[in-house]
Design a binder for this molecule. Structure first.
Ligand code: MTE
Ligand code: LUZ
Ligand code: MOS
Length: 752
């Protein structure tokens, strides 16, 4: 089944925030933001801006009717700066004007007097100064201190991985409309409609039932709208509350890049110990996360770094510690993988370090330490492992040795181009690590014309979740896809939603839809059995017809619905789903947090141009654990997109703040994401063959985030190619591996 949005996307008919027709009298908001990363806000002069044409209102922190607070996890984030500013880009004032241009013009006339205070942009410096978001988190298994004594080889080092700009095609934005009795209807480009509702409630003082949030779809979120859509919706809502007019704000790209947080940069220390057979016996890591100026989602991101700090490997003795360091950057936030990729980069670096010093192939160490069934993760959960299976099936299909010797042969006869190959196994846990967030609801209406309307808490952001939900309903009722419509995500139809995140959107909302549809189906079948005078178990629905056993009857789906109505049987249901068997206890740092894990093994090949430092990704070939995919095209799209985004993070995207905390990579001219020329020339995905049952919807495992981590392999493949050219250099583990860094490393300590 094709993605249900495919046609309207191609025709430009899909509706995003900026496509919503505006009501007459709509006003436009624009934010005046701090140009200083840390300082005392002495005064704000709005006198000149107030006089500008079209300006209706200028809102400062003191004007808010509710609390000046939008922190979702810790209350440490004001909507508008009050006494201090904490990052460049922090909103100080909201200008509301009759047109977008007028609002933007007036913003330029505002002046703020700020007394600069000490600016910290580096996570290690923040750590040294004791500037932490919260006390550290720690995972311990076995006894590393004792185990290191028995190790044959021990290696220690440092790594750094930089942040990443989400660069969703649709920037952040919101449109708010006053409704009766002081309520507000909100259109928001958010992954979390309830999060928006809650934040607006805080800053306006309105109860949740006065706030309706509606989301049709996003032009991408990638985690950047899990929490950070709230501010813009709050800004519009506050303006609507104070002016009683509809208010819209759709950020310009440079505003978005400057004012919103990104993937967390991490610095880390590692210590890895191996025995003489290359088994990893002990591993210690200390992570320093650059949280930015407030908590946002930094703490759960930090936790997921710990959950994934051993990637696909079993290590009996582990001690991992993680610090969330507070700096004067925009608050960093969720980004596909949610801290997991940052943890996995460190263990991969430690293994590469060991392999290079021992003169063995990195893949040999990786393979020897893959998770086996019933091994235990450092957090206590027992593994249901596909790690070895995916490795072997990938090897069988793609022949790792052939690919490696092809590269070696090429290198032996090529002076200025070198190839590198690397293997990247992945293991990613599916569920919000905060157990209570793993729940979802779905509202299903069957109409008397035979059509079906479904609403869930899932937000469509290009990942195809609505297509999957539609498939669930169509499958259960055995209807053609035209008879089912998945509607907007709306807090009046579905309450108390978790954000669409953690790759769990399709699972949670798909199961909730399944439950709602199954309940309706059961009632309908009972009516059919009464009318047709047979047992309910003998009734089935197939392609819009009622069957008894294997024989069709005269009864159509629509006729049957008519009978249900006559008998006054409800054709609507509100399904609720909560995955069973998950728990986690932070007092012991043990539990069973994940419904299941997604595995896979990729082999990545690159070619480096050793005169220019540039590189091309020749191929990514992977055996990936889909469980049993319910939509091959959607899932392949997710894999391709995830791989390219992961490669971008690891190789070319360089977020750059200067010492004053100003974002210098603040536009597409200074921040480079993969384009059509830099994507892998070949992506070849082999589905893992497995018949294991899992908790995923229709056994189709979550696919949103895991493939991003194959991109880490590109970093190590480039490293191999650089080493083939320059053997005199032990490279730092410093991502992204930009062409500039590649060039420097090709000639570092090099005599020729
Ligand atoms: N794919 C597209 N096209 N756009 C997106 O914004 N977000 C990713 C992933 N794939 C994203 C995407 C992230 S961060 C997550 S968590 C999942 O989709 C969320 O959707 P799911 O839970 O339905 O997989
Ligand atoms: N968001 C969240 C997430 O709140 N908790 C998670 O565990 C998570 N994991 C991945 C992506 N977003
Ligand atoms: Mo995705 S980082 O869970 O939105």
């Amino acid at each position: 089944m094709i993605n249900i949005d495919a046609k309207s996307h191609v025709r430009g008919e899909s509706v995003y925030l900026d496509d919503i027709p505006l009501l007459e009298g709509t006003l436009f908001a624009c934010v005046y933001d701090s140009q200083v990363a840390h300082g005392k806000l002495k005064s704000v002069d709005i006198s000149e801006a107030k006089q500008c044409a079209g300006v209706v209102k200028i809102i400062l922190a003191k004007d808010l009717k509710g609390e000046n607070q939008i922190g979702g996890i810790l209350p440490d984030e004001p909507l508008l700066a009050d006494e201090e500013v904490h990052f460049c880009g922090m909103p100080i004032a909201i200008v509301v004007a009759e047109t977008d241009e007028q609002a933007r013009h007036a913003v330029k006339k505002i002046k703020a007097e700020i007394e600069t205070l000490e600016i910290i942009t580096d996570e290690r410096i923040a750590f040294e100064k004791g500037s932490l978001i919260a006390p550290p988190k720690k995972f311990v298994m076995g006894d590393t201190e004792k185990a290191f004594k028995d190790c044959e080889h021990i290696f220690e080092g440092q790594t750094y991985s930089n942040g990443q700009e989400h660069l969703y095609i649709e920037t952040q934005g919101a449109y708010t409309i006053p409704s009766e009795q002081g309520g507000i209807k909100v259109y928001s480009s958010t992954q979390g409609p309830t999060a928006v509702q809650k934040a607006i409630s805080k800053v306006t003082g309105l109860p949740w039932h006065q706030i309706e949030v509606d989301v049709t779809r996003l032009g991408g979120g990638f985690g950047g709208k899990e929490d950070q859509a709230n501010a813009w919706a709050c800004i519009c809502a506050v303006a609507t509350q104070l002016t009683k007019k509809p208010v819209k704000y759709s950020l310009h790209r440079m505003e978005d890049m400057r004012m919103t947080g990104k993937r967390h940069p991490y610095s880390a220390d590692y210590k890895i110990g191996l025995d003489k057979d290359l088994k990893i016996i002990a591993y210690e890591a200390v992570f320093y996360q650059n949280a930015g100026a407030s908590c946002d989602l930094s703490l759960p991101v930090l936790e997921r770094t710990l959950f994934h700090c051993t990637n696909s490997y079993f290590i009996p003795n582990v001690m991992a510690t993680a610090y969330s360091c507070k700096t004067h950057l925009p608050p960093n936030t969720a980004f596909r993988g949610f801290g997991g990729p940052q943890g996995m980069f460190v263990i991969e670096s430690a293994i590469a370090h060991a392999a290079e010093k021992l003169g063995v192939d990195k893949a040999e160490i990786q393979q020897k330490n893959l998770l086996q069934n019933d091994d235990e993760f450092p957090y206590g959960q027992k593994v249901v492992s596909e790690a070895e299976q995916s490795w072997h099936q990938a090897d069988h299909k793609f022949d790792f040795n052939r690919l490696k010797s092809e590269a070696e042969e090429f290198n032996s006869s090529s002076k200025y181009f070198k190839k590198g190959v690397s293997l990247m196994p992945i293991c990613f846990g599916i569920s919000f690590t905060n157990t209570r967030m793993n729940q979802a609801r779905s509202l299903v209406h069957v109409y008397l014309d035979g059509s079906v309307a479904v609403s869930t808490g899932a937000v469509e952001m290009g990942q195809g979740v609505n297509t999957k939900i539609l498939q669930v309903a169509a499958d259960i009722f055995s209807l053609s896809q035209e008879r089912v419509k998945v509607h907007t995500t709306n807090t009046l139809r579905i309450a108390n939603t978790s954000p669409t995140a953690a790759s769990a959107g399709a699972d949670l909302n798909g199961h909730a839809t399944r439950i709602a549809c199954e309940k309706i189906l059961e009632r309908i079948k009972k009516v059919a059995s009464e009318v047709l005078e047979v047992n309910s178990e003998e009734i089935s629905l197939r392609d819009g017809m009622v069957f008894i056993g294997n024989s069709p009857t005269e009864m159509t789906w629509v006729k049957l619905l008519e009978k249900c109505y006559e008998k006054r049987i409800s054709l609507s249901e509100h399904g609720h789903y909560a995955p069973p068997g998950i728990n986690f206890d932070w007092s012991t740092a043990k539990g069973h947090p994940f419904a299941y894990h997604v595995f896979g093994t990729a082999i990545i090949g690159v070619t480096v141009d050793c005169l220019r430092g540039t590189y091309e990704i020749d191929y990514v070939k992977a055996c990936h654990d889909f469980g049993k995919t319910m939509n091959t095209a959607v899932d392949l799209g997710q894999i391709e997109g995830g791989i390219v985004q992961g490669i971008g993070w690891m190789t070319m995207e360089e977020v750059f703040y200067d010492g004053q905390g100003r974002l210098r990579s603040n536009a597409l001219s200074t921040y480079k994401i993969p384009d059509v020329y830099s994507v892998p020339k070949e992506i070849d995905i082999l589905p893992l063959e497995t018949s294991r049952e899992n908790l995923a919807i229709m056994n189709s495992k979550a696919v949103g985030e895991p493939p991003l981590m194959y991109g880490i392999g590109a970093y190590f493949a480039i490293r191999e190619a650089v080493k083939a050219f320059n053997q005199n250099n032990f490279l730092q583990f410093d991502a992204p591996f930009t062409a500039e860094k590649v060039l420097m490393n090709l000639y570092k300590n090099q005599s020729n």
